[in-house]
Design a protein around this ligand. Structure first.
Ligand SMILES: Nc1ncnc2c1ncn2[C@@H]1O[C@H](COP(=O)(O)OP(=O)(O)O)[C@@H](O)[C@H]1O
Ligand SMILES: [Mg+2]
Length: 436
């Protein structure tokens, strides 16, 4: 359907090379061929046609949001340094090709200090970034401005969870960074997305990361706080939040623990709360174009308790399941919680394998109780010792993943109350994980 495809025939500026011309013809013949688009984008970039390259890269991204090459090209086209090359470390004592040589440094001090983590020459996983975050670089590939408030989290700090990141990239980040392109593709700049999943698995954390990416274009509203504070005033304040968002559009409004507010209205005794829900519905619906550029992101552990009216089309009509952290995410979370603890030769890989199904909170608990047992040991024997793999594996064995009760409840809902396919994603996961 070439009519949906942006007409990217050459602009009025400089003439294009014959090679670009023939690639354009090829793209016209196979408009959905992503690699072909990327090739064209690259040539356009090299030839100095940045704007035309943006269009091609955006098209590729809209079809393959996770495509690293497309992101890199987009970053280049938007005037960012290409993220594909490893991030240069600041001047460090031992340099090798511009990067700090950790292996050499560790060897130097090796006979004095035991390594913190065991070396795994076979390990395929990407090394952690120097700041301990996983997944270095890629996710923040084409940030234009960098809101670097202290303590702020970025998507790159969220370990693993690539699918979730890709969906968020497609739902919010790309359209916000490229409003003109979104218009070009007829993608309306409004709408809502509900994150749901077991507790402690990173919904709030991910939202904070999006805030880190968007800076002033992100308004976070914690409902449980807000209800206490807003007694009698809640409707007006809810309206204020959305008015602020509209003034700042494009803007994301984040409603954490939505169930606290959106609890089924029949169950909601508190009159003030009911009014707040109604006000939220009014704000979500807006009239005309008032909500253009206002996205709503919400999170809940109990989507089945969220007022169904909030989920109607045009409101929070899309859902995104946030599952317990996958391998790379657990790796990042474990390293994060071990960062300031006295550890010795810890085999994170083994620990990652032993903690499938654990939430982020469970993993924090594992590190906590491993520290406890090493401390007890040291007190008992009178010799201080480091936390080791055995402590951690023992701690992991001693606790059951706290996500189990959630999956028990979720299974019933997915099987018997999956109206309109709301929980299809959950159902597919339960089947795949043999939890049905
Ligand atoms: N993918 C992840 N990468 C890094 N840390 C994570 C990740 N997922 C969860 N965590 C950690 O787990 C903690 C609990 O997550 P949180 O966002 O509060 O869960 P939820 O809101 O889903 O209940 C976070 O503070 C964070 O430290
Ligand atoms: Mg939360």
């Amino acid at each position: 359907m070439p009519d949906e495809i942006p007409d990217t025939s050459s602009g009025p500026e400089a003439a294009e090379s014959p090679l670009i011309g023939s690639l354009r013809a090829a793209v016209a013949a196979a408009p959905r061929d992503v690699p072909l688009r990327l090739h064209l984008a690259e040539l356009l970039l090299d030839a100095g046609h940045g704007d035309a390259a943006v269009v091609e890269a955006a098209f590729a991204l809209s079809h393959a949001p996770g495509n690293a090459q497309a992101r890199a090209l987009m970053a280049r086209a938007m005037g960012e340094p290409a993220p594909a090359a490893p991030v240069e470390q600041p001047a460090a004592p031992v340099q090798q090709g511009g990067r700090f040589d950790w292996a050499a440094a560790e060897q130097e001090v090796g006979d004095v200090v035991p390594p913190r983590f065991i070396a795994r020459p076979d390990a395929k996983e990407a090394p952690l970034a120097a700041d301990g975050s996983g997944d270095a670089g890629d996710a923040s590939a084409y940030d234009v401005d960098a809101p670097d408030a202290p303590g702020s989290v970025r998507l790159a700090d969220v370990g693993g969870m690539q699918e979730v990141k890709d969906r968020l990239e497609a739902a919010f980040l790309t359209p916000m960074r490229n409003p003109e392109l979104s218009r070009l593709y007829g993608k309306s700049l409004r709408g809502g997305l509900l994150l749901y999943g077991p507790p402690g698995c990173g919904k709030t954390f991910i939202a904070r990361a999006i805030a880190g990416e968007l800076g002033a274009n992100f308004i976070s509203v914690s409902i449980s706080d807000v209800l206490d504070m807003w007694v009698g005033n809640s409707e007006r304040n809810m309206h204020e939040v959305f008015e602020t968002a509209r003034r700042q559009a494009p803007c994301v409004v984040f409603l954490d623990e939505l169930d606290a507010l959106g609890a089924k209205r029949s169950r909601t005794q508190h009159n003030g709360m009911r009014n707040t829900v109604n006000q939220l519905l009014t704000e979500l619906d807006g009239v005309g174009h008032v909500n253009d550029g206002v996205f709503v992101l919400a999170a809940t552990n109990v989507p089945w308790d969220v007022d169904i009216a909030l989920r109607r089309p045009g409101r929070l009509d899309r859902t995104l399941l946030v599952l317990p952290p996958d391998g790379p995410a657990r790796d990042a979370i474990l390293r994060y919680h071990l960062r300031d603890r006295p550890i010795e030769s810890v085999d994170v890989g083994r620990l990652v394998k032993a903690t499938d199904g654990f939430s982020g909170a469970d993993l924090a608990h594992v590190c906590e109780s491993a520290a406890e047992s090493a401390l007890l040991d040291s007190a008992r024997t009178g010799t201080v010792r480091m936390i080791n793999t055995k402590d951690l594996l023992g701690a992991a064995k001693a606790i059951r993943p706290s996500t189990e009760p959630w999956f028990a409840a979720a299974r019933n809902v997915a099987m018997f109350a999956n109206e309109g396919g709301t929980y299809d994603e959950l159902l597919a996961y339960l089947k795949k994980a043999r939890k049905l």
